[in-house]
Design a protein around this ligand. Structure first.
Ligand code: CA
Length: 719
């Protein structure tokens, strides 16, 4: 049997470790043997471990470890690294227990490593069908595992919740948590509370109905489920959510396209348990379709874009706070929820906090959900403020679009803060937010066409106005109110936010808006990856103290742990996710980098990015299709993944468009389905595929004419 590093004779017991062990009433003998992780272990965590997604149940992402600190961080170097077989986005937080590091990659694959040496102990591939990639709005990512007793749990992209034996990685049980015929996905990490595995789902850009479920950690038996939208049939679900919908939530929906799809509100990331108040807090996604006029004829649409508190034993509703009533802008409320004791006025309050996608930082009373404060952490302009008396945002007049009125506002659909977790330092009493300040445009489509099983946001560039005489100055009064002030702000910021005063202590601006999550440590450091650099900032001042060239951007948050008295910092590297798919980075295979003081390991260089050869457009078969029809279909079905250039192939630069049969073999025949490109035979007739090809060839010709510089493309395509 592998010897546990923590039971080895070489354990350097620091005074702090000893003190902590004694404070917990543990003898060193007991502390050294692995009794498996339970709620007590997660709650009162030994300082060298990282046992749950946000480390402790309150998800503060703070580790008290301080061997790596302001004075020593300059000596931080690579201890070991691991390479993965996928070049899609990596979003996992490594979990570390008893000398073993558990992580996941894109496509929901699970790995266990010796956390000290990097030796692979086991790997598990749930073999998610490649075409499931079509159902993932924002890449085929996975945010990591949960551990409990003798098992490791992963939510697979295709909706399965899988329990693995902690020692061997062999499946113990597997449950399909979603209707496999519908475009649900799971990207979030499970949490385990009181012997129950909590798992949500994703897919609110598609026709799905969000819910969270609790399964028995031992055998996978479902214990309760809470839906976040009403049942479109008007019937009860026989679920924990029935009472809340009957009492008040169902009437906030009315009629509309939500009845076709289910209304969205998927809880795809945030699940926080607060043992102090014995409640689970869940963040829910956008309402679907995004366009509120298409979605619903009335009301706030509960529990979309909300923070909902439930009892862990039964799933019973306790309170909710809706951050964006009647959301129309994809302002999911799924961002990392953090429980903490903070000063509010003259007293210490138990609160739950969120840096929401909509640009406001919310502080709520953890017991009651009462809004204590809400302020902008970025220059959001869609709302002037949040009215503390009503708890509702005071929306700017330009934000609600419709007809020919469009809105270009801050933040856009990527949000002022997306899923990348923030961290809290109880030493500094600051929350470190990986924020961004991009804006986005919203408007009605010319015509809304519901597509079963596909992207249905109800977005367009605004309905074209009927021809009318030109106004003086060439601008209609409508256009004059539709546009907010120009964006004069950096595209990204690490914000050190004081949640008591709701003010920034410091900000570090970046040109990159899509960056990593954040880790805060007792060494007074904040770890954050920006572009190709993994950086340690001074937690007090924001001063940059250390950086390492990761060769490819990381978007995942780092974790830290200690073995034999040495502190390690672990980071999953690999660009992707919602913002990464639209980025201009070459595709790189995922990597786990683990650092320690004095580390001298070297990760091999990635192969040089190569310029993609120009298309030989003269050899293209003349398309039989119609360019305008093809443009419309492309916008509806293809543009979400391919239209932004860079991460997934830019089809106007793909040799596949040169040949009618070759293009059809991929688009209809599913030739590349294992790589994530599903067959579109459900949506497109053969002549429509030629329409799309005609449009793409026209784009390719326009590109060639403009001789635009071509971004580097990685030719070594993994899945
Ligand atoms: Ca969303």
């Amino acid at each position: 049997m592998r010897k546990s590093p923590q039971s080895s004779g070489g354990l350097r017991v620091t005074k702090k470790v000893l003190g902590l062990a004694l404070a917990l009433g543990l003898t060193l003998g007991l502390g050294a043997c692995d009794r498996g992780v339970d709620g007590r272990a997660i709650e009162r965590q030994a300082e060298g471990e990282w046992l749950s997604y946000g480390r402790t149940y309150d998800e503060q992402r703070f580790s008290p470890l301080d061997e790596v600190n302001r004075e020593t961080v300059g000596k931080l170097g690579l201890a070991w690294h691991a390479e993965f077989d996928t070049d899609r986005g990596q979003e996992a937080t490594p979990i570390v227990h008893d000398g073993v590091l558990y992580t996941t990659t894109a496509w929901s694959k699970v790995y266990a490593f010796d956390a000290k040496t990097g030796k692979l102990l086991w790997a598990y591939d749930p073999k998610v069908p490649g075409e499931k990639g079509f159902d993932a709005c924002c890449d085929v990512v996975n945010r990591g595992v949960a551990i409990w007793k003798d098992k490791v749990y992963v939510g697979a992209l295709d909706g399965r919740l899988i329990a693995l034996d902690k020692k061997t990685g062999k499946p113990a049980w597997s449950i399909q948590t979603t209707d496999a015929k519908k475009p649900y996905t799971i990207t979030g990490a499970p949490r385990v509370v009181k012997g129950k595995v909590l798992i949500g789902n994703a897919g609110a850009e598609y026709p799905v109905r969000g819910y969270m479920s609790a399964y028995d950690a031992d055998d996978g038996k479902m214990l309760w489920r809470f839906h976040f939208t009403p049942n479109p049939t008007g019937q009860a679900d026989g679920a924990a959510s029935d009472k809340a919908f009957k009492d008040f939530a169902a009437k906030t929906w009315g009629e509309g396209a939500w009845k076709l799809g289910g209304g969205g509100a998927t809880p795809w990331d945030a699940i926080t348990y607060d043992p102090k108040v014995d409640l689970i807090f869940v963040g829910t996604g956008n309402a679907g379709p995004w366009n509120d006029d298409i979605r619903s004829d009335t009301g706030d649409n509960l529990f979309a874009t909300s923070i909902v508190a439930l009892k862990p034993d039964t799933g019973e509703y306790v309170w909710h706070y809706q951050t964006t009533p009647r959301d129309a802008w994809d302002y999911d409320a799924v961002q990392h929820l953090m429980a903490a004791d903070i000063a509010v006025g003259n007293e210490t309050r138990r609160v739950v906090m969120q840096a929401n996608k909509n640009g406001f930082f919310y502080v709520l009373d953890a017991r009651t959900g009462k809004l204590l404060s809400a302020e902008k952490f970025i220059p959001a302009n869609w709302a002037e403020r949040v009215d503390l008396a009503t708890g509702r945002p005071v929306e700017a007049p330009f934000a609600r679009y419709g007809g020919e009125k469009v809105s270009t506002q801050i933040p856009g659909a990527l949000g002022g803060h997306n899923w990348q977790p923030m961290a809290y330092s109880p030493k500094e009493r600051l929350v470190y937010i990986p924020a961004s300040t991009g804006r986005g445009g919203f408007g009605d489509p010319e015509k809304f066409e519901y597509l079963e099983g596909a992207w249905n946001t109800g977005m367009g560039g605004g309905r074209r106005p009927p021809p009318q005489p030109k106004q003086k100055g060439g601008q209609s009064p409508q256009a004059a109110v539709a546009l907010p002030p120009p964006l004069e702000h950096p595209r990204g910021e690490l914000v050190a936010w004081d949640p008591s005063t709701q003010k920034a202590r410091w900000r570090v601006p970046f040109k990159e808006s899509w960056r990593s999550g954040v880790l805060a440590t007792g060494g007074d450091l904040v770890f954050h990856a920006v572009g190709r650099e993994f950086v340690a900032f001074d937690a007090t001042t924001g001063k940059r103290l250390w950086a390492y060239d990761t060769q490819a951007p990381a978007i995942a948050p780092a974790a830290t742990y200690a073995i034999d008295g040495e502190q390690y910092v672990a980071l999953m590297v690999g660009y992707g996710g919602a913002g990464g798919m639209g980025g201009d980075q070459p595709r790189r295979r995922g990597r786990l980098l683990v650092f320690k003081l004095g580390g001298t390991a070297k990760a091999p260089l990635y192969p040089a990015a190569v310029q993609q050869a120009s298309l030989d457009l003269a050899s293209a078969e003349t398309p039989g299709g119609d360019i305008a029809r093809g443009a419309a279909r492309y916008g509806q079905l293809c543009g979400q993944c391919h239209g932004q250039g860079g991460y997934l192939p830019n089809l106007a630069r793909s040799p596949a468009i040169l040949s009618r049969d070759g293009f059809s073999a991929i688009v209809l025949g599913g030739a590349l389905k294992e790589r994530g490109m599903a067959s579109f035979a459900r949506f497109l007739k053969p002549e429509e595929v030629e329409d799309v090809r005609a449009f793409l060839l026209q784009q390719a010709k326009a590109d060639a004419a403009a001789a635009a510089p071509k971004p580097p493309q990685e030719l070594d395509h993994a899945r």
